[in-house]
Design a protein around this ligand. Structure first.
Ligand code: GGG
Length: 390
């Protein structure tokens, strides 16, 4: 029996339902760790994250060593900051970060977002935000086309610059009421565009349909968007085997609804991809289902895995939040840790559970967070084939 590998994970559940869904994901991962001693290594991954398999580690027994970080809006209420000073240094040595959600009424949204989530993604140069749009069996999506067409695409969000560069300011309030001005500048660098676009092409090469759709607003945004388009054109010449299209963001919103079967990998700037990925997950049934990975592909810093959804104050603390987004984010984390077979097992377990009709209210079910979590763990247990079984 090979030695058990232990991964050190920093857990930051943060606000609202983040607490419940991260607790759910941890239960699932710990159950998988327990089973890993008896489950044989499986097939290689589907390559959802092309850099994940670079290490080529073989899968054997694994475990997780968790560290809880109590940061978030409650921490802010007590300490006046969203995370401890020096918090980034504390996180730096972990194999991955498992994050819940940020945002609560006691802290202005821009303070909580920049103080925690963006503090981590930007300082750890997690420049690729991978957000798969998955249509799960048993979940009735509002997108009718999904009834008769197999739909499956990935939104790749530039996660380090663009509209989230944080450049700008407010001034001139001294001129009196009604005269203040604000400037918010989007930053597009050739290097930033190129790395995310290449990421999208490499990802497309691992998918059944090798296609990248690039999204900008270059008719109106003649500097940043046009630079992005130029880089896209240049980089695409290195990938003659991958189909391409450049689509304006307004047209792409329509395409998500009307012709989603044409999509495989959609790459866009920070803000556009944030909006489009929310649209995609809503079309698939609920934001509660959507997973995401904030990756530093060079692995200079830990990457961070989180459900796409926010803190959902309206349902927080009631035990009814959907854990599927967080559990599926855990699957992306397994990929990143070099455990693609475990990741596929987990995705399959989630599909088994939704197909059986066990789901939370946001997708029309009646189950609570714990019931869905228990069902996923049970599906994993049933799919575990002990070593030595013929
Ligand atoms: N788990 C995702 C989350 O907490 N999102 C909060 C949010 O408001 N995000 C906006 C953004 O990151 O663009």
């Amino acid at each position: 029996m090979p030695e058990r590998r232990t991964y050190r994970i920093a857990a930051i559940p943060a606000d609202g339902v983040g607490q419940e869904v991260i607790a759910a994901g941890r239960q699932v991962l710990d159950a998988m760790a327990e089973q890993s001693a008896v489950v044989p290594a499986g097939a290689p991954g589907t390559g959802l994250m092309p850099e994940a398999e670079a290490g080529g580690a073989s899968e054997g027994p694994f475990g997780f060593e968790w560290t809880d970080f109590p940061w978030g809006s409650e921490y802010y209420a007590a300490h006046g900051v969203m995370m401890e000073p020096g918090g980034l240094e504390q996180l730096r040595g972990y194999d991955a970060i498992y994050f819940g959600a940020v945002g609560w009424e006691n802290v202005p949204d821009h303070v909580s977002l920049w103080g925690l989530r963006l503090n981590i993604t930007q300082n750890f140069d997690q420049w690729a935000n991978v957000r798969p749009v998955r249509f799960l069996p048993g979940i009735e999506p509002p997108l009718r086309k999904a009834d008769r067409t197999r739909l499956d695409w990935v939104v790749v969000r530039e996660n380090s610059e663009g509209e989230y560069a944080g450049l700008g300011g407010r001034n001139l309030s001294g001129r009196g009421p009604g005269n203040e001005v604000a400037v918010q500048t989007a930053l597009f660098t050739e290097k930033g565009c190129e790395r995310i676009i290449r990421y999208a092409f490499n990802l497309a090469r691992t998918r059944p349909v090798r296609k990248v759709s690039s999204v900008t607003k270059s008719n109106a945004q003649q500097y940043g968007s046009v630079l992005w388009d130029d880089v896209f054109k240049r980089v695409s010449a290195d990938y003659p085997d991958v189909q391409t299209e450049s689509v304006l963001v307004d047209a792409m919103s329509a395409k998500f609804v009307l012709h989603p079967e044409d999509l495989s990998v959609v790459v866009a700037s920070n803000l556009f991809a944030d909006i489009l990925s929310d649209l995609g997950s809503a079309l698939a049934g609920s934001l509660g289902l959507a997973a995401s990975a904030n990756l530093n592909p060079e692995r200079r810093f830990p990457s961070m895995f989180e459900p796409v959804h926010g803190s959902a104050p309206d349902i927080a603390g009631q035990g009814i939040s959907n854990p599927v987004g967080a559990i599926s984010s855990a699957a992306l984390m397994l990929d990143h840790l070099g455990l693609p077979a475990a990741a596929r097992r987990l995705e399959h377990a989630v599909e088994t559970v939704t197909a059986a009709g066990c789901s939370t209210r946001d997708v029309g079910g009646t189950a609570g967070t714990q019931e869905v979590t228990d069902a996923v763990i049970e599906a994993l247990r049933l799919s575990a084939v002990p070593l030595g079984t013929p």
